[in-house]
Design a protein around this ligand. Structure first.
Ligand code: NAP
Length: 348
């Protein structure tokens, strides 16, 4: 059975299912369709159900503010702040070669203010382009802010193994790396998982449901001509790189068969699969309503077996793993994965 919490450090435990905030941002293309009163209501239900860790980013437009409003409400109701927030520090590509300590402090202080927090539970550092020098120095500025008490824990997001090693060698107290890791994207298994096990670094994984593609809604469906949000556009590329539409449909059917045997949904099987993988601490699941709370709670009362995982790995081994290290395709200039990303959202 999967535990509801995971130990990230000797002093910090987070949820194994983290509430993902990207789906609430303007960039996800749903703004206007979301009623934030309903979203805040869903947040209260999530926390009451034990899901009190939230993931967001300085570049998810409007989301730090929304979570900050929730932190305020929660504190008023319960008299204490029982919300953990993992945010990100994602400096714009256009300023990477100009960043100094003051810039980093300004963005971190802005996150604290937006989130109504005195200290950030986890800051996940992102660097768009390794060819631009400065990454290690800027990581050092985050360490200074941690020493000042503004940040409890430091992590990374979308780093590859080589650059994680460089950060660790430079003394960055790396707790976790947030990365895409799912049935469709097993790039972390090439070398990152071994690195994490050796260096006591945990993986916080996105993509476990491929933006919703790993759900019954898509079972027996033809390949869509248009997609309703940017996440689905992104994960459609990963489906094509990994198993293709036909292989994906076979995978959905296999997940459904396993789910039927274990008394849970095919989405639950997809998430349990990733939570059982080595070095994985948590799956971050996009949350924009109360719709999936009950289903995601099922993860803690049901389980899949070693032979289910083996069956899934045997199936996947007939197909490709996307090329390179995690986020390597996404960094490739002119590539289809990079072309759909926006890299200058912080100071807009
Ligand atoms: N560091 C990065 O670069 C990065 C990139 C992507 C994401 N993230 C983080 O990860 C979070 C999750 O994003 P993601 O891309 O990984 O999306 P995801 O969790 O794979 O997919 C989220 C979607 O799955 C559906 N869903 C959720 N629970 C379900 C359930 N029990 N059964 C069926 N469907 C379910 C919902 O779709 P409906 O709402 O349509 O029902 C939800 O919007 C983000 O919010 C963000 O915090 C980080």
């Amino acid at each position: 059975m999967i535990n509801q919490y995971t130990t990230l450090t000797s002093t910090y435990q987070a949820c194994r299912i983290i509430n993902g905030g990207w789906q609430l941002s303007e960039g996800h293309a749903l703004q206007g369709k979301l009623n934030f009163t309903d979203v805040l209501k869903a947040f209260h239900q999530l926390v009451d159900a034990g899901f009190n860790t939230f993931d967001c980013a300085d570049i998810y437009t409007g989301v730090e503010e929304l979570i900050g409003e929730f932190v305020k409400q929660r504190t008023q109701i319960t008299g204490k702040d029982d919300i953990q927030v993992h945010t990100k520090f994602v400096p714009d590509l256009s300023v990477l070669n100009q960043i100094d300590y003051n810039y980093v402090e300004r963005i971190i202080t802005r996150s604290l203010k937006r989130l109504n927090k005195e200290r950030l539970d986890l800051v996940q550092f992102h660097w768009w382009d390794y060819a631009i020098p400065g990454c290690i120095d800027i990581a050092g500025y985050l360490v200074r802010l941690q020493e000042k008490g503004l940040i409890a824990n430091l992590g990374t997001t979308n780093f590859d193994t080589k650059h994680l090693q460089q950060l660790v060698n430079a003394g960055y107290p790396l707790v976790s790396n947030q990365t895409q890791y799912s049935l469709l994207d097993r790039r972390p298994e090439k070398s990152m998982v071994d690195f994490c096990l050796k260096n006591n670094v945990k993986l916080l994984c996105y993509g476990a449901l491929a933006g919703g593609f790993l759900s019954e809604r898509w079972l027996n469906q033809p390949a869509p001509k248009t997609l309703e949000n940017r996440s689905l556009v992104k994960y459609r590329l990963i489906i094509d790189d990994a198993v293709g539409w036909q292989g994906y449909q076979l995978l959905l059917q296999l997940l459904k068969n396993i789910g039927d045997q274990r008394g849970c949904s095919l989405s639950n099987v997809a998430v349990l699969y990733i939570l059982h993988k080595k070095a994985v601490a948590s799956a971050i699941i996009g949350t924009r309503s109360e719709r999936h709370i009950h289903s995601n709670q099922t993860l803690f009362s049901t389980d899949i077996t070693k032979s289910d995982i083996q069956q899934l790995d045997d199936f996947l081994n007939h197909y490709s793993v996307p090329t390179g290290e995690p986020f390597e395709l996404e960094r490739q200039h002119g590539g289809k994965h990079r072309n759909i990303m926006k890299m200058n959202l912080n100071d807009e």
